[in-house]
Design a protein around this ligand. Structure first.
Ligand SMILES: [Fe+2]
Length: 438
């Protein structure tokens, strides 16, 4: 038997404009199950019927596990996930996994084992952008490119051995597909926390991978010729049935100006006005084509030393905190170092995003609902969004979020809603049909 989410079935019935009465005529047994408005199990035969009748795939209606309030992993449990990995014929890293719900990205801790006298061999990079934190105790070398004489390709990621050592070390944010590798700087061992976020490109990757080959080839051909922005603007115009003659007349700009704009590979300040006018006629928000400048080096990473972190030390509720490396490019991926010193029970935290915590020193307690959980050096917690919680005791924590429960694009959609209160109320566990045959 296969577990089916009745909310997903309801959504697909609505989307396909098929009423329950119509299901009843086709398959009475299934109708009786859906009618109860509770999750239900179906046979493979019933699944085949639904797949065909609703023109969907199995995954579209499968019941997913509900998220827990939180997941706690002790240091011991994290150590038990240890798995060695080889690269360049040596024992290169040990990986350890932090807690995460099923299907969510999991942060990992790595033992850096490549010795100081060896240049660490690069990996191939990955889709997920990531924040890397040197957990110490040693400094490490980071490598991001072939030519290690260039600073952006090879530099020391320091561990903090001085004051404010709750800020454990340097942090940096690495973009999609940047190759990276690490080695020790001397005989001192060291670890890193590698905290990946779901890439906003994952949806595009999954979608484009099922395009016809020719479609993707043609897109790349156009982008190679005109750059990605002009290619999309041109195709936006074509798709909406707008040609240069029409928009020149309508916008009272010369054809030449528009042609020059469509020949430029960059949206310069000079032609920003034209972009805005063209977007207006297309009913498209121009910001998606704007040239943005991000705080990043020549390989695309954003670096912050622990010393720079000292500058942003501040009091926040019952904690001292400081911000890690971050970029406007990845608004879902951000972290802070936290120092805990409150003696008494406290539940002063609640965040819009799901959050990971890793205890980096000390003995603390974690509070949620009426629970009190020991939280000590090396322990880790994942917590769902919008739940009150807090920490007491004496110690330090790394807190990072990655936008997996709600991301900035979701928030952008919510912000654009016509009636956000009504929509947000309706969208949660929406089991209402669209209103016919009742
Ligand atoms: Fe990585």
């Amino acid at each position: 038997m296969i577990d089916i989410d009745v909310l997903k079935i309801n959504h697909w019935l609505n989307a396909r404009k098929i009423t329950l009465l119509q299901v009843k005529n086709k398959n009475k047994k299934l109708y009786n199950k859906i009618k109860k408005r509770k999750n239900f199990s179906i046979s493979t035969k019933e699944l085949s019927f639904l797949k065909k009748y609703l023109n969907i795939q199995q995954n579209d209606i499968l019941l997913k596990k509900k998220l827990p309030d939180f997941i706690y992993f002790s240091k011991k449990k994290i150590l038990s996930t240890k798995r060695p990995i080889k690269r360049d014929s040596i024992h290169f890293y040990n990986y350890y996994t932090l807690p995460s719900p099923q299907g969510f990205k999991s942060p990992v801790i790595l033992d850096i084992l490549c010795p100081h006298y060896k240049v660490p061999k690069l990996n191939n990079g990955h889709l997920e952008q990531a924040i890397t934190v040197n957990l110490g105790p040693g400094d490490i070398y980071g490598r991001w490119g072939e030519n290690i004489k260039k600073k952006e390709n090879f530099s020391i990621i320091k561990s903090n051995k001085s004051k404010n050592n709750w800020i454990v070390g340097d942090t940096y944010l690495e973009p999609t597909y940047l190759s990276h590798s690490y080695s020790l700087v001397d005989k001192t061992p060291s670890q890193i926390l590698s905290y990946t976020a779901k890439s906003q490109l994952q949806k595009f990757s999954e979608n484009s991978n099922i395009w016809p080959n020719q479609s993707y080839k043609n897109m790349i051909k156009a982008i190679t010729k005109n750059g990605q922005k002009i290619t999309f603007i041109k195709s936006f115009l074509d798709s909406r049935g707008l040609d240069i003659n029409y928009i020149a007349k309508k916008l009272r700009i010369s054809k030449k100006q528009i042609e020059n704009f469509l020949k430029s590979k960059k949206i310069s300040i000079k032609n920003k006005k034209i972009l805005e006018k063209i977007c207006k006629i297309m009913n498209v928000e121009p910001s998606i084509f704007n040239e943005s400048k991000f705080n990043e080096d020549r390989v695309g990473k954003t670096y912050k030393s622990y010393k720079d972190c000292f500058k942003s030390i501040r009091k926040f509720k019952s904690y001292l905190v400081s911000s890690m490396s971050a970029s406007e490019k990845y608004p879902d991926l951000f972290g802070i170092f936290m120092k805990v010193s409150k003696k008494k029970m406290v539940k002063d935290l609640e965040f819009y995003a799901s959050t990971h915590y890793l205890a980096t020193s000390g003995k603390m307690f974690f509070y949620i609902k009426n629970k009190k959980i020991r939280f000590e050096n090396g322990d880790s917690i994942w917590i769902a969004p919008f739940l009150k919680h807090g920490f007491s005791g004496d110690g330090s924590i790394i807190k990072i979020s990655n936008g997996e429960c709600i991301d900035y694009q979701d928030i952008n959609e919510i912000n654009n809603l016509f009636d956000y209160k009504k929509t947000l109320k309706r969208i949660y566990k929406d089991n209402i049909n669209w209103g016919y045959d009742t």
